[in-house]
Write a protein that binds this ligand. Sequence first.
Ligand code: PEP
Length: 245
Amino acid sequence: MSARLPLVVANWKLNGNRDLLAEMLPALTELDASQVETVLCTPFVYLGDEFGDVQKGAQSVASQSSGAFTGEVSAQMLREVGCHYVIIGHSERRAMFGETDNVVAQKVKATLDAGLIPIVCVGETEQERESDATLDVITKQVKSVMDILPSFSDSLVFAYEPVWAIGTGKTATCEQAEEVHYNIRQILMSYNHELAMSTRILYGGSVKPENSKELFSSENIDGGLIGGASLDVESFTAICENAVA
Ligand code: PEP
């Protein structure tokens, strides 16, 4: 890991409840925030709760700021309840809710405009990896976001999440992950060298306490986006501790 402050993000998806929140918050408060930044992305309904010192994140956001969009939540509303981060373009949103690269880019823009930090997820399917298309897919996904922004924002976070590794128990090897992370940073450098060097790129896909230390030791892996293991206080805090250099 580099001089970039490690970031570990919990993605609860459609899981969790107030009891888990009450258990998780004090455990995360005990972590040394100067060594590892942690974010808890719960379902929307819990984001109005008091999180104390723990940073709140949403799992999605509307691309519009207001209007007749039943069921949607705007970035401004998220900001109002104290959110700092928003996961955008998770592969489940892309696959199940029809989020295209263009929609993802619009959501990133709306999030930045509201003063929040987008965590932009990119990743290839198993079939794309097997047909050697991984880097092409990643390049297209990253560029579709970068090309729509008026300038490189120092608030951007990217997450490389190979679709075949999410919730499957299969993890990318450190070499596979580092290769993609390195390439993402190279793409970002073509927009702004200095900001690309300070942009955090997280890895996600079946990260557990047992494999996190090795993954996080790679030069271009700056932390993790954690699904299943973020529902267990002991596992998630162990992963956060493993992100400390
Ligand atoms: C995720 O949902 O972003 C994720 C990485 O899930 P899991 O850790 O369960 O693979």
